[in-house]
Design a protein. Structure first.
Length: 134
């Protein structure tokens, strides 16, 4: 897939996502995820997954990154790196796709793992029919 944003520093975003993954709290699934979200203005916000023994209270890394960005006043995003240990690298879950769609329907994603595997996707390809609401 060709890169629609050639100015994106993927190495910087990947390093930030991997560092965030190391901070994940995943004692139940042992599936740690880190995310690094690039705003239109060039700011980077990270997030990690935070599990809870009441599984419905768990928060994904991608939604944590979006929450951090929104809290700082940023609502337009260009790119997201998601770091997992899965092979092939895992994409965002459905809830995260819905959240990302709310703010960045044209988002480009890079999915990476600790073995160096990389997959690139457009959010629209992963989530072709988002909820449109009333």
């Amino acid at each position: 897939m060709s890169n629609p944003f050639p100015a994106i520093d993927w190495d910087r975003l990947t390093a930030a996502a991997r560092a965030a993954r190391e901070k994940a709290y995943a004692p139940y699934s042992n599936f740690k995820v880190g995310a690094a979200l690039l705003t239109r203005e060039g700011e980077v916000f990270v997030g990690c997954n935070v599990e809870n023994r009441s599984f419905g209270l768990c928060v994904c890394a991608e939604r944590t990154a979006v929450g951090n960005a929104v809290s700082a006043g940023f609502r337009e995003y260009r790119a997201l790196v998601v770091a997992t240990q899965a092979s092939p690298p895992a994409p965002p879950c459905g809830m995260c796709r819905e959240t990302l769609q709310e703010f960045a329907p044209d988002l480009v994603l890079r999915l990476v793992n600790e073995n160096g595997e990389v997959r690139e996707r457009q959010l629209a390809d992963l989530f072709p029919e988002p909820f449109a609401g009333p």
